[in-house]
Design a protein around this ligand. Structure first.
Ligand code: PLP
Length: 492
C-alpha cells in the first residue's frame, strides 16, 4: 500500500496522539537497518548493537536526571510502547507484593495479622467478579490480603484497564482519585487514600486529553514520606516539557517513569521504562515478558535501529525546547483570542463561557440562550493562574454547545461531524476526546471525570499543536471552525 501523497497539504493538529518522524531519526534508522542487530551476539555487530543501547541508556538518564547524583540509582528498559511500560510496572509490582505477602505468611504466620502489609478487606463491598477460588480461600478468615494501588480516574486506558483487570481477578484493590474541574489531581487527596497495604501510586504527569499537568514533585514527596513506590506516566511531557539535562522533575524522583518515542517524532512501537534500582531490588520485580535481555526484566531482542532513532529524535526535539514551547503557548493564546474576537465582533449568538460558570449556571440570560464555546482545562484568561505552569503548552480542549433554541428542537451537535468537516474543508486534523454518541463505551473518561454534561461531550474536540504549526494554521482553523459551528453544520 502507498501512503497519502501530499502530507504537506494537511494542517496536522493531533500531536498528542502521534507525530511524524524526524528526518534525522529516519536517516539513522535506515543506516542501522543495514546491519544485523542482535545485541546478545558476541560478533562485531552484536558488540556494536550493545554499545548503541548502552549509550542510549546514558543519554536518556542524562536527559531526565541531568547531573544529579540520584542518576546512578536508575536504569532504563526499552519496551514496545508506553502501554507496555505502564502495564509492566503495575502488574510486576502487584505480583511482587502478593508474593511477598505469601512468603511472609508462610514464614511468620503469627505476625501476619499485625503486619504492615496485611489489610482487612470486606469482600461484600467490592468486586463481584473477583477470582472465586482466591476469594474462597481467603474468606475462610473473612479476610483478603491484597495489595492496594492509588491512581486517578483520568489516567490513560493502559493504566485504567490494567488496574480494572487486577481488581476483577481479585489481585488488587484500587482507589481512583477524581480530578478537579481543571483536570488536575490534588496530592493531599492522594495522601488521604494511602492504606497500610498501598503498594504503588501511579499518577500521570500530564493528561493527554485536557492537557493539565499534575504536581508530580509533590506526589513524589508524599510517596517518599510513606515509603511507597511512585510511578508516573510521562508520555505527554517526556521530550516535550523536560529540559535536556535539567529535568523538570525534582528529587525525590519517582520510582518509575514511562514514556514512548512516537509522541516526539521518534518511531512508533518503542516505549521506555525508567526504574529505580532500590524499587526493583526491594520488591524483587519480575518480568512480565520473559527472556534474558534487559536485566531479565523484559525479554526479546532489542530493536536497535528504533532505539538509536528514538534517541536521535529526543536530541532533536530537545533543541531550543523552551523557545519552541513558548511559540506553541503563543499560538494557543492566539487561537483563544482570535475565537473570542470573531465571536464578539461577528457573532452575537455565540458566547464564550468558562467551564466553572457553565457548571454552576453562572450565566446571564443571553449567555444561557446563546450557543456556547467552552475552553476546558485551566482557564486561558484567569489572571490568578498562569495557565502554562499548569497545562501543556500545545493542548486545547474545547467544546461547542448549540443554542437553547436548537437544543430544544431536539437536535444535538456531533463532534465527529465537526472533525470530519474540518478535514474536508481545510485538511485540518484534530481529534475528539469523546464520541458524540455519549453513551458509547468510547466516550471520554476524562470528560466524565470532570463531570462534563452530555452536551459538552458531544461538542468537544482536542487540538494538540506540534513544533511546525504556524499562525496561518491557526487562522485557517479559526475561520473553518467558526464557519462550521455558525452554520450549525455539524448537527445530528
Ligand atoms: C498519557 C499516555 N499514556 C500512555 C499512552 C500509550 O502510549 P503508546 O501508544 O506508546 O502505547 C498514551 C498514548 O496516547 C498517552 O497519551
Amino acid at each position: 500500500m502507498e501512503p497519502i501523497e501530499n502530507i504537506n497539504d494537511y494542517i496536522y493538529m493531533d500531536n498528542n496522539a502521534t507525530t511524524k518522524m524526524n528526518i534525522d531519526c529516519i536517516k539513522i534508522m535506515h543506516k542501522w537497518h543495514l546491519f544485523p542487530n542482535n545485541s546478545s551476539s558476541s560478533s562485531a555487530f552484536g558488540k556494536q548493537a550493545n554499545k548503541a543501547i548502552s549509550l542510549s541508556h546514558d543519554y536518556i538518564l542524562d536527559y531526565v536526571f541531568g547531573n544529579s547524583k540520584e542518576k546512578k540509582e536508575y536504569f532504563v528498559i526499552f519496551t514496545g510502547s508506553a502501554t507496555e511500560s505502564n502495564c509492566m510496572v503495575i502488574k510486576s509490582t502487584v505480583e511482587a507484593y502478593n508474593r511477598i505477602i505469601k512468603e511472609f505468611e508462610y514464614e511468620n504466620d503469627e505476625n501476619y495479622e499485625n503486619s504492615c502489609i496485611t489489610h482487612t478487606y470486606n469482600n461484600q463491598n467490592n468486586n463481584q467478579n473477583n477470582n472465586q477460588n482466591n476469594n474462597q480461600n481467603n474468606n475462610q478468615n473473612n479476610k483478603i490480603k491484597i495489595p492496594h494501588i492509588i491512581t486517578s480516574s483520568i489516567e490513560h486506558k493502559s493504566i485504567l484497564e490494567c488496574c480494572q483487570e487486577l481488581e476483577n481477578s481479585g489481585q488488587a484493590e484500587v482507589s481512583y482519585i477524581s480530578p478537579n474541574v481543571f483536570g488536575s489531581i490534588n496530592s493531599n487527596i492522594i495522601e488521604q487514600h494511602i492504606q497500610e497495604n498501598t503498594c504503588l501510586i501511579s499518577i500521570m504527569h500530564a493528561n493527554n486529553e485536557i492537557g493539565t499537568i499534575n504536581n508530580i514533585d509533590k506526589i513524589s514527596e508524599i510517596a517518599f514520606k510513606h515509603q511507597i513506590p511512585f510511578h508516573t506516566d510521562a508520555v505527554q511531557t517526556f521530550g516535550k516539557l523536560f529540559n535536556h539535562k535539567q529535568g523538570i522533575i525534582k528529587p525525590p524522583y519517582p520510582s518509575a517513569i514511562s514514556a514512548c518515542f512516537h509522541k516526539f517524532n521518534g518511531p512508533v512501537g518503542l516505549g521506555l521504562l525508567i526504574l529505580n534500582k532500590n524499587f526493583v531490588e526491594g520488591y524483587e520485580l519480575k518480568a512480565i515478558i520473559h527472556g534474558t535481555q534487559q536485566y531479565g526484566l523484559r525479554g526479546g531482542t532489542e530493536n536497535v535501529p528504533a532505539i538509536v532513532g528514538g534517541v536521535t529524535a529526543l536530541m532533536k526535539i530537545s533543541e531550543d525546547r523552551k523557545e519552541k514551547n513558548d511559540k506553541m503557548k503563543e499560538l494557543c493564546i492566539y487561537l483563544f483570542k482570535e475565537i473570542k474576537k470573531v465571536v464578539e465582533i461577528q457573532n452575537s449568538n455565540i458566547s464564550i463561557i468558562k467551564y466553572a460558570n457553565y457548571m454552576t449556571e453562572k450565566m446571564s440570560e443571553k449567555e444561557k440562550n446563546n450557543a456556547k464555546i467552552i475552553f476546558l482545562g485551566v482557564d486561558f484568561d484567569n489572571e490568578k493562574i498562569n495557565r502554562f505552569e499548569k497545562s501543556l503548552p500545545n493542548t486545547i480542549l474545547m467544546s461547542f454547545i448549540p443554542s437553547e433554541k436548537v437544543l430544544s428542537s431536539g437536535k444535538t451537535f456531533c463532534n465527529i461531524k465537526l472533525k470530519n468537516l474540518l478535514e474536508k474543508y481545510a485538511k485540518i486534523i484534530v481529534s475528539i476526546g469523546s464520541a458524540c454518541n455519549t453513551s458509547l463505551k468510547t466516550a471520554s473518561h476524562v470528560l466524565t471525570a470532570i463531570k462534563a454534561s452530555p452536551d459538552i461531550k458531544r461538542g468537544t474536540i482536542r487540538i494538540s499543536l506540534g513544533d511546525n504549526n504556524t499562525k496561518k494554521d491557526i487562522d485557517i482553523f479559526v475561520e473553518t471552525y467558526i464557519k462550521i459551528i455558525s452554520g450549525n453544520q455539524a448537527l445530528n
